[in-house]
Ligand binder design. Sequence first.
Ligand SMILES: Cc1cc2nc3c(=O)[nH]c(=O)nc-3n(C[C@H](O)[C@H](O)[C@H](O)COP(=O)(O)OP(=O)(O)OC[C@H]3O[C@@H](n4cnc5c(N)ncnc54)[C@H](O)[C@@H]3O)c2cc1C
Ligand code: SF4
Ligand code: SF4
Length: 1011
Amino acid sequence: MKKPRQDGSPAALVDAAADLARLIDGEVRFSPHDRGLYATDASLYQVQPLGVVIPRSREDLLRTVCFAVDYHLPLLARGAGSSLAGQAVNRALIIDCSVHLDRLLETDVEGRTCRVEPGLVLDQLNQKLTRRGTGLMFGPDVATSRHANLGGMIGNNSAGAHSILYGMTVDNLIGLDVILANGKEARLEAGASERDKRLGRLTQDVAAVLTRHADEIRRRFPKTVRRANGYNLDRLLDQYEAGGTAAMNLAHLCCGSEGTLAVTSAATLKLVPAPKRTGLAVLGFPSLTAALEAVNPILSTQPAAVELIDHLVMRTARMNREHAADLRFIESLAADNGPAVQAALYVEYFAASDEELREQLAALARLLPGMPQRHLTKPSEMQRAWALRKAAEPLLHAVPGLRKPITFVEDTAVDPARLPEFVAAFDRIVKAHGTEAAYYAHASVGCLHIRPLLAPGDADDRERMQRLAEEVTDLVREFGGALSGEHGDGRVRSPLLERFYGREICNAFAEIKRLFDPKNLLNPGNIVGPAPMLTHLRVNPNPHELAESAPDDRAAGDEGGLAFPDFTPCFDYSDQHGFPGAVQQCNGAGVCRKRGEGTMCPSYQATLDERHSTRGRGNALRLAITGQFNAGRLDDSIWNDAETLKTLDLCLSCKACQAECPSNVDIARLKAEYLNQHYETIGRVPLKASVVGHTRMLSRLASAAPRLSNFVANSGLARSLMQRLCDIDKRRGLPPYRPSLYRWHSSHRDGQAASVETPTVVLFADCFTTYNEPELGVAAIELLEAFGYRVLLPRVGCCGRTMLSVGMVRQAMRTADRTFAQLEPYIRDTNCRAILFCEPSCAAAFRDDLLSLRCQTDLELRKQAAAKAMLVEEFLDKAWEGHALHPQFAAPTGRIALHAHCQQKAVLGIGSGSALPARLFGERFTALDTGCCGMAGAFGYRPDHYELSHKIGELSVLPAARLLDAADVLLAPGTSCRHQIREGANVQALHPAQLLRQLLVGTEARGKPRR
Ligand SMILES: Cc1cc2nc3c(=O)[nH]c(=O)nc-3n(C[C@H](O)[C@H](O)[C@H](O)COP(=O)(O)OP(=O)(O)OC[C@H]3O[C@@H](n4cnc5c(N)ncnc54)[C@H](O)[C@@H]3O)c2cc1C
Ligand code: SF4
Ligand code: SF4
């Protein structure tokens, strides 16, 4: 094979990409933009990789490694990229194993083992094991289990809250199939050295290193339950001393090596029985010290986990809408007339029976008499309590101010018995540097997450970070602890290893590295040969690196720092520390890569492509807006970056990230802002966007002559033209136009007398209800009247939702101002109880988007409008006690199921749609746990979105619709959801108001709209 120039230049990379693409079935991506999306993980760092490979198979993986070896390209195998220490970013060819290499290959239930590919997600493994009825699970349970890959867990030697029972990943690893740095495959396991001559030589060489440094290994390696620093020399030495080279398992050396020794292609894992019963005790303490002092005695009761949260976590929880209620539960644990709770311990027990569980909890109560504690055994209660503990990390990001709890000394581990004195000494260091820290997590194994508050964007704080890290390293050594108990070395701790372990052990690490990877191609610079800690920080990037306008290996210096364009945003970002804060909001933890639960992120769930995850979009926007695709230039071209526009294109603006991303990253808002700036710099709104944005005006015109409009709109010629000019796919049915709801209202309700005491509500006439489905508006009006309301239908205009969805934000602002002017009398009128909506996305506009738009209308008025804006069904439930009338409803014949609209779930909450049917239909009603339907307004109409739109629908909504019986009713408040369900599952979903109107007893419909 001809080897191209390897000078790291873009031209050489393009050559390499073309060669590699010919060799494998998977994808090869070498554009600066694609690489930029893999330049970060969940750490503080940013490094532009050489390229990205997405292998389709083990063969692809092997060919890629051989190719890199042949071409002398550094390699970094990667899973979900949720690492916190910077070990998942590098100037290397990144191999993304998470997309296709995600199979459970074998399960041996009797032997309690399984074999997996490296890209399999931990939760998916455990779900598969449960579905197959094995009663088994993988023991180590990382907090990122929804998206962390087994390959990444092995790379980091990960562990979770139950490590006191199950240990770390290495304790549960039987063997690895790997590709070595010479491109050869090998199976690493105990006894491999006897079967395979090559491995026999390698094992002997490793044994020679171990024996040479045995005394120092015994002296310097900590004896803690948790350790994730350096190579596992102590474990290998134990094995060698117990049974010679035959007993050595090189898989255990690779585990925790952060991809620096070999590339994993499969792993054989031990499984453990899933617990039959679990119970949780939550204990409140008046101080952090009191909580820490209780840990060691509690361990004598043999719990499965002991987890801590401190006052800083509690303080941030108090400010959080979702978790404030969970916190009250903990606050109520204060002793009678005693001081307030300042820290809490979660003590969990696993048992074989209810009786055993009761006994365990009773033993805890006996151990700590008089200590306020609550015992939970119901799954729902435990889940709620755990929700607060699990939210600790993201909650801390909400600490006000620029200093945030950053990750660099965040997982030290010491003997749990020494935690109180260790934490006191740690706290002294932190305070001496003029800041404070949050303390939480795995108290049972002495591995606390300790996050000092610092602002890495500030040069002084960066300096503090370095000194603090060094002092903490010395402190941990003094306590015989581990510098990292779970997150590993990466870029942040590798530079501290020599200080921690000493020169000799670091030399031993380097010898091991040379044995496995003599050319230093595998994730170089991690564990061995690191760069200084403050190099390549994300907040301080090299402006030339991503745009590749200069040699790439220049380290970013203090003169750098992120720069932002000077422009007036359309939205107010004060809730996210301004526009720069919003653009940097994503911490890279990767929750948006979860699969099969929640809604975030529909396009990722359907494509499994990093580019189409919330994180991918967040990264693309940050890099584009800070000029990093542009060599640091902040001119207009930052808003015209074609690749960024492409990355944003598959965002459905569903707003799920706003609700489900723990850091509240709001891509829908940033996308609208970016598109708006894009249109302004190019001086026009493209026709395709304009057609969607002006839906209301076009619908009004079409609805004036509906028959003609429908005839024309459905003609072959018009469909072809619409596909070509307006991006409306021919395969999609268009919603028919109808005489408007206004017409029906003026002929049936105008001039109707009502007493002044009759409570009034306004029905907001959204585009779809008004011009496409007026019968829905009629049902809503008649339903509200049945409850004793007078329903007004003023011509107030549009909420601007369709404009916002395509980024016509300036136009949306003007539209919103006009609408608020028309609505003002109703907003201010105290007799007008509410402004009601059939369409959830329009209600969400009033409750969310219009509040953060920098439009002219007074913010107070907008807030008053938001307070009155509700869905029809939401209002009927919330105001239940105050209705003048309470009509009767017939019992439905089948079950009632609700699929809520994405923006409804994100902004209004699922309760907005489920509370009323639950009240009226009790057990017959279910709120489905469905995600996005894939239609999302006009998104699914576009020819280039058609397939993806259906794929998203097939993830949960369409299968759920098909499962319903003929007598069942599917409720879908969103117009686009009903459309998608009709086309995709051939099921006619109803709006809740339609069903309720149908079931009203003794009230005849008083007038139907004309067809
Ligand atoms: C909010 C948060 C909470 C966390 N909680 C925990 C926790 O409770 N416990 C814990 O241990 N960690 C935790 N982590 C860290 C991280 O999520 C875990 O270590 C996780 O197991 C990493 O999995 P990943 O798929 O994201 O791996 P990645 O980050 O993609 O990779 C991790 C390392 O493994 C290597 N690697 C990946 N695949 C391969 C392969 N095929 N061959 C060779 N090397 C490979 C990579 O090169 C990298 O060095 C947390 C992180 C965050 C952001
Ligand atoms: S978008 Fe949110 S969930 Fe996704 S990585 Fe960023 S912070 Fe995490
Ligand atoms: S708005 Fe929806 S599609 Fe867009 S990034 Fe957020 S979750 Fe994903």
